[in-house]
Design a protein around this ligand. Structure first.
Ligand code: EPU
Length: 345
């Protein structure tokens, strides 16, 4: 057993949640991380361009990836430390994110409940520091274990070394350097709930719950997500296509004065504010837009969708037009959140 599988000329259509066509010259599926030193002895993997693919839920193939594509399929979850109050849970990169969230809740551990139902894998979670409903995964990461390509060796990075920021980390900034193999999360036995996100409180109230358990918070999050965000298994998408833009507080103040309904959030310390990209895009009339099979979700303006046969380039073209119209109307620059493969923004 080599611990990995090589597939030549592999179709990636079913391996990206936009469901757009793409091919890999070589796809390497790694079930056992112990095989990484052997694999990275091959010059193509050691020195060439490499795309590490998780659930494919945060990227857009605007073209075929150069070089090899590697996917981690290792699946174990276990508790590696537990003092009765705080436990450290270790999950392999290939585990489905939502499977991990349910596993931790089933073991009486709190921390990841607000991140329920986010598509993708555990290995991808720290890369863009997934976040939702007032929580970012970086807050609960103890250690990210990764294989560093050069020198070929396993490294363990604590949360500070991961340099987590809004939808950002060292792994996103240096995409060719590390391959995440496992993540260890520090989770609490006593629930420490984050209920600050307004819609979450409303949802719990609608469910008739005053003092929620972590599992009930996860259930409320699932209900909001199912209502607002299209299911990639039904309608191709990669969640939010744009980051919420960070602008100077003075700029945010002027925009808010001109457009009182614009949601403005804290972000980037005292001098910066985060604007709602969804609101800006919605205000420009894009919600529900469709041209051929490329479009914008009718339930959330931040989500680009593939109605069937759109290509990555067609979706990218819609994204450019959205950004141009927001720039023209509000003088705010939007940046894509997913990784673009085969194109630059
Ligand atoms: N809004 C509109 N039109 C819309 C949708 C939203 O005007 O079509 C306005 C509403 O005023 C709403 C506000 O935008 O109150 C914020 O919307 P939402 O609560 O959906 O949050 P978001 O800022 O659009 C972010 C994350 C999501 C995450 C939610 C909840 C980013 C780029 N996106 O979206 O993450 O689920 O908050 O915390 O930060 C993702 O990253 O893929 C993702 C879905």
């Amino acid at each position: 057993m080599a611990g990995y599988r090589l597939i030549e000329n592999a179709r990636l259509d079913a391996r990206n949640t936009f469901g757009v066509p793409a091919r890999a010259g070589l796809l390497v599926e790694v079930a056992d991380t112990a095989s990484l030193p052997e694999l990275f002895g091959y010059p193509m993997l050691r020195d060439g361009p490499l795309l590490v693919l998780g659930g494919g839920s945060n990227l857009l193939f605007a073209g075929d990836p150069e070089g090899a594509v590697l996917s981690m399929s290792s699946q174990s979850i276990r508790i590696v430390a537990d003092d009765g109050e705080v436990a450290v849970v270790r999950a392999d990169a290939g585990v489905e994110w939502h499977t991990l969230v349910l596993w931790t809740l089933g073991h009486g551990l709190s921390g990841l409940e607000n991140l329920a139902l986010i598509p993708g894998t555990v290995g991808a979670a720290p890369i863009q520091n997934i976040g939702a409903y007032g929580v970012e995964v970086g807050e609960h990461v103890a250690v990210v274990e990764a294989f560093e390509r050069q020198p070929a060796a396993t490294v363990r990075l604590d949360a500070a070394a991961c340099a987590f920021a809004y939808r950002d980390s060292v792994f996103k900034r240096e995409p060719d350097r590390y391959l995440v193999t496992a993540v260890e999360f520090r989770l609490s036995r006593a629930p420490r709930l984050t209920l600050s996100y307004a819609g979450l409180g409303d949802e719990l109230q609608a469910m008739g719950i005053d003092a929620p358990t972590p599992s009930q918070v996860a259930e409320a999050v699932c209900r909001i997500r199912r209502r607002k965000l299209p299911d990639p298994a039904v309608l191709g998408n990669a969640g939010s296509f744009f980051k919420n833009p960070l602008v100077a507080a003075t700029v945010a103040g002027a925009l808010k004065a001109a457009h009182p309904a614009l949601p403005v959030f804290p972000g980037g310390g005292n001098t910066m504010r985060k604007l709602s990209a969804a609101w800006l895009i919605d205000a420009c009339g894009w919600k529900g837009f469709r041209e051929g099979d490329a479009g914008v979700s009718a339930t959330h303006a931040l989500v680009l969708v593939n109605h069937g046969r759109a290509t990555g380039l067609q979706l990218l073209d819609v994204a450019h037009r959205i950004a141009a119209s927001v720039h023209e109307r509000f003088d705010v620059a939007l940046e894509p959140e997913p990784r673009l493969v085969g194109a630059r923004w």
